[in-house]
Design a binder for this molecule. Structure first.
Ligand SMILES: CC(C)(COP(=O)(O)OP(=O)(O)OC[C@H]1O[C@@H](n2cnc3c(N)ncnc32)[C@H](O)[C@@H]1OP(=O)(O)O)[C@@H](O)C(=O)NCCC(=O)NCCS
Length: 317
């Protein structure tokens, strides 16, 4: 698709892995000052990009902050069937957007989530972001999506122009761990594609959408950096009565011993699952649990923690 601007024209096309270094460069233009954290992450100081290790670059803004990490990220994203699109002017990539399609129960249904949209800092305000948004919404329509969402939106009034409205508030909760008397069984959850849980809800841990969150908690989702070796990733099937859930506990790099919690269920939220998760985490030696959940979720003993975000949604049919 070619879009005309007043004096120039740019092309919107699917991204390939070869675009990763250029995508990384676009994202890096939006960092106004690079920072370096000390080993314990409790002191931070200004730094030069070239002095930062790949891990330190990641801490400044995720996989897009380093060409090799971005290549790993785009490779995984495309392999999982998700979509990356770029806007190109005279052969140069100037913007990127990433989209994940999930199939979930209502209210999301078949959902396209815009996880990322970034325009090169020197080319913002020229209509490129709008063109990417229109392209993404057209893709969502052609993919038969019921809803289009943006979580953790940093530019809400930009999304409002395209009909997205605040749908819900999400909170990061802290959950105590502890034994329980409910009978349950657990077995390892093998690695596999999103099809394993396609159609299922994510009552706990949903951050972008179920497809995105499934992919980001699979083994190998992040590059194999020294700093992350030894962090635990526990993936299990849990069965409580007639309820079955895929439970993923991912040890947090910023809070050793504490696990970020992700739950996929075919049957909605069963009250018994929560004490079982806390029991399971305790057996596996975790010291605490964290999870994202809708602010109106009923999670007994959960304490609202340090972080909230809003989900913006447009209903397509
Ligand atoms: C937000 C962003 C994608 C918009 O893309 P863009 O190419 O700059 O936007 P456009 O030129 O298409 O602007 C369309 C309109 O949206 C407005 N707009 C642009 N950025 C905006 C923002 N951050 N918040 C609110 N409105 C914004 C523009 O002012 C313009 O309005 P106008 O038509 O009245 O002049 C881009 O500015 C960007 O990459 N920002 C930094 C990264 C970011 O915040 N990404 C979103 C993360 S959730």
């Amino acid at each position: 698709m070619v879009r005309r601007m007043s004096t120039t024209q740019f092309l919107i096309r699917p991204a390939t892995v070869d675009d990763a270094p250029a995508i990384s460069a676009v994202h890096c233009t939006n960092v106004t000052g690079w920072r370096m954290w000390d080993v314990n992450n409790d002191d931070v100081r200004p730094a030069r990009y070239t002095d930062l290790t790949p891990y330190q670059r990641w801490l400044n803004g995720g996989p897009w902050m380093d060409a090799a990490a971005c290549t790993h990220h785009i490779t995984r994203l495309l392999d999982s069937g998700s979509i990356a699109i770029v806007a190109e002017l005279n052969g140069r990539v100037l913007a990127e957007a990433e989209l994940h399609i999930a199939d979930e129960p209502p209210p999301y249904g078949r959902n396209m989530n815009l996880a990322v949209i970034y325009v090169h800092r020197n080319h913002q305000g020229q209509g490129i972001g709008s063109a990417l948004m229109r392209h993404a919404l057209a893709l969502a329509e052609s993919e038969g999506c019921d809803t289009f969402t943006v979580a953790h939106a940093e530019a809400p009034s930009f999304y409002a122009r395209y009909g997205l409205q605040k749908e819900s508030m999400w909170i990061r909760f802290r959950l105590p761990i502890g034994r329980c008397k409910i009978k349950y069984s657990a077995e390892p959850l093998p690695d596999g594609s999103y099809d394993i849980v396609r159609g299922w809800a994510m009552p706990i841990g949903r951050y972008q959408n179920a497809h995105h969150d499934w992919e980001r908690t699979r083994p190998g989702a992040v590059p194999d950096l020294d700093e992350w070796r030894g962090l635990r990733l526990e993936r299990h099937w849990i069965t409580v009565g007639r309820h079955r859930a895929a439970l993923i506990l991912e040890e947090s790099p910023s809070a050793p011993g504490v696990a970020d919690t992700f739950v996929f269920t075919p049957t909605g939220f069963a009250a018994d699952i929560l004490p079982v998760i806390r029991d399971f985490a305790s057996l596996f030696g975790f010291t605490g649990l964290r999870c994202f959940a809708r602010s109106d979720s009923r999670l007994p003993d959960a304490v609202a923690a340090d972080y909230t975000h809003k989900l913006f949604l447009k209903r397509l049919r």
